[in-house]
Write a protein that binds this ligand. Structure first.
Ligand SMILES: *[C@@H]1O[C@H](CO)[C@@H](O)[C@H](O)[C@H]1NC(C)=O
Ligand SMILES: *[C@@H]1O[C@H](CO)[C@@H](O)[C@H](O)[C@H]1NC(C)=O
Ligand SMILES: *[C@@H]1O[C@H](CO)[C@@H](O)[C@H](O)[C@H]1NC(C)=O
Ligand SMILES: *[C@@H]1O[C@H](CO)[C@@H](O)[C@H](O)[C@H]1NC(C)=O
Ligand SMILES: *[C@@H]1O[C@H](CO)[C@@H](O)[C@H](O)[C@H]1NC(C)=O
Ligand SMILES: *[C@@H]1O[C@H](CO)[C@@H](O)[C@H](O)[C@H]1NC(C)=O
Length: 501
């Protein structure tokens, strides 16, 4: 969790944006007591349709008048913070870099491309009928660090840099040791990899966005390659690529490709924006479907094993009660009265399961638990990234400790709503925080966390993230559990009525 804090630096460039979060009062809720994804009262959503129409219009204009781009792109910038990709149709034998996004640079090369791990470079060789003459000098040279946190210079400095070169002329080229007939996507699994939020937000989701157009006919070339990462995400990687990934620095062979994309495209936090994927039209729900396909085989085999052991068939739907999963933390931001919470939820009628995800817990196993849940409760932190494993339509209750409102809404609340989860941000009262015991009742730490956060990241981390536990006011929390319970019952009934018709 050491690296988690870097998230917060987002504030510096996203301050202006309004976020919805922290629904803790009855009045703010719709009749079911749940904020549903696209009907949030506090959020001003641009209708998707208009967005699309606008995008189509812009595309047409761009085709006709490329020089207008600077104008239109600044509009996009203000709307989403991310622009559509500039290097959409790159002619053969060219290198095009899009450095317009604040989150990542992406370069595309097409033609006769050869890797050279010894010099950390990738060279595009042009045929020599062009007017450039022939020499050993590169006629174009770009540098890129293929990681998606461009605005955080201190982490970008730790990412391996690649030289992209275009050369022409007849002098000898590197000999290909391995010839690939499909494109390559180059990216780094360095930086903040090791923290679940970062692994999905900076790595897996952008990899999906960048590579899905190739329909698995793509090779992943990885910088700062970690064997554990390949193992952990193997289920997903095999859905995105039919080829084994290449460890760029350790594989000394010269790989030749007809096309390469260097650096991943990224949209918003844990999001897939169809408007930014012209021609491909994918959403975060498609990404969720990819996860389901990824974990299906492994989960089936786990179930088979269990059945063999038990000597009987397991029926996943045996439990008719709504299922509530508590994603538990130990260390900081734990729920100190978790046992009482479990008891309360059981009294309400839930079947309760406590999940303690560890760094080494197999993701398929976590997926299985969350995919079978109706309601998930957890305290704000990187483990909330697991909301991606929940079925759209289910209820996600994020407990928001003092001083974490912005991060809770930005990193998990908003993206969860985009996935179609019914999101409740339960903002704790000062009395529910362990800090209440540590400071006087009028201390800004309790009364005005924003002012403390403004003092700097070290304060946020030390006080609110590392030193805070939560003791839920169960009377207050119960209202949300009850709503989630009745909502789920109603949903289940509707579903079984539909099935019996
Ligand atoms: C692209 O250029 C390379 C030479 O650099 C050539 O071998 C290849 O056939 C070209 N591909 C297309 C689609 O024109
Ligand atoms: C490339 O250059 C070499 C030597 O300069 C020459 O023999 C060859 O014909 C050239 N090829 C083309 C396609 O111009
Ligand atoms: C480098 O590659 C070799 C051969 O593929 C492999 O045996 C070795 O473990 C790799 N080293 C690292 C550090 O990954
Ligand atoms: C995008 O996908 C949605 C749902 O799959 C479909 O209704 C819509 O027509 C698609 N739009 C484009 C531009 O392909
Ligand atoms: C997740 O749950 C849905 C609905 O219950 C089921 O159809 C799907 O197979 C499950 N996915 C996996 C990977 O088990
Ligand atoms: C969290 O739990 C794990 C095992 O359940 C244990 O190894 C670890 O020390 C605990 N961490 C803290 C801070 O209590």
């Amino acid at each position: 969790m050491v690296k988690y804090h870097k998230d917060f630096l987002h504030t510096h460039w996203r301050k202006g944006k309004e976020y919805i979060f922290a629904v803790d009062e009855v009045s703010a809720l719709n009749p079911l007591g749940l904020i549903s994804s696209f009907h949030s009262p506090t959020k001003t959503f641009k209708p998707k349709f208009l967005y699309f129409a606008f995008f189509a219009l812009v595309s047409c204009i761009l085709l006709l008048f490329p020089m207008l781009f600077s104008l239109t792109s600044s509009f996009y910038e203000s709307e989403t913070g991310v622009k559509p990709f500039l290097c959409l149709s790159v002619p053969n034998e060219t290198l095009c870099c899009d450095r317009s996004s604040r989150r990542s640079d992406t370069c595309i090369m097409k033609g006769d491309i050869r890797t050279d791990p010894a010099t950390s470079s990738i060279t595009l060789y042009r045929s020599n009928h062009t007017a450039y003459g022939g020499g050993r000098e590169a006629i174009q040279h770009e540098k890129i660090r293929p990681y998606t946190r461009k605005w955080e210079t201190h982490v970008m400095d730790t990412i391996d840099e690649l030289d992209l070169l275009v050369k022409t002329g007849s002098w000898p080229r590197h000999t290909c040791d391995v010839v690939h007939d499909v494109p390559a996507v180059f990216f780094s699994t360095g930086g903040f990899t090791g923290n679940l939020y970062h692994e999905f937000n900076d790595g897996i989701t952008p990899l999906y966005i960048t590579s899905q157009e190739f329909n698995r006919k793509v090779v992943f070339v990885i910088l700062e390659y970690h064997y554990w990462w390949i193992t952990k995400y193997g289920d997903i990687l095999s859905q995105l690529s039919d080829y084994p990934p290449i460890d760029f620095s350790n594989d000394t062979r010269v790989h030749c490709f007809p096309e390469t994309i260097v650096g991943l495209r990224i949209h918003d936090e844990l999001s897939v924006d169809p408007a930014l994927m012209p021609g491909h039209n994918r959403t975060i729900s498609d990404f969720h479907d990819l996860l389901d396909r990824s974990y299906q085989p492994r989960i089936s085999s786990i179930i088979e094993d269990e059945e063999r052991e038990a000597g009987t068939e397991i029926h996943a739907d045996q439990i008719t009660r709504p299922k509530l999963v508590i994603v538990a933390r130990n260390g900081s931001r734990a729920i100190t009265n978790q046992d009482a919470l479990v008891k309360l939820a059981e009294e309400i009628g839930f079947f309760v399961e406590v999940l303690k995800p560890e760094r080494s817990t197999e993701l398929a196993k976590i997926y299985r638990v969350l995919n079978s849940s109706d309601v998930v409760v957890g305290v704000h932190g990187a483990a909330m990234t697991h909301f991606l494993f929940m079925k759209p339509g289910s209820v996600f209750i994020q407990v928001i400790p003092l001083g974490t409102d912005w991060a809770a809404a930005t990193y998990y609340g908003e993206p969860a709503m985009k996935l179609g989860l019914n999101y409740i941000g339960y903002k704790i009262l000062a009395k529910e925080s362990s800090l209440y015991q540590d400071y006087s009742k009028d201390d800004p730490i309790l009364m005005d966390p924003d002012s403390v956060n403004k003092k700097g990241w070290e304060f946020t981390k030390k006080i609110y993230l590392d030193s805070q536990n939560v003791r839920l006011d169960l009377g207050r929390f119960q209202k949300h559990l009850l709503r989630a319970y009745y909502f789920t019952r109603a949903r289940k009934n509707r579903r079984s009525r539909r099935l019996s018709v």
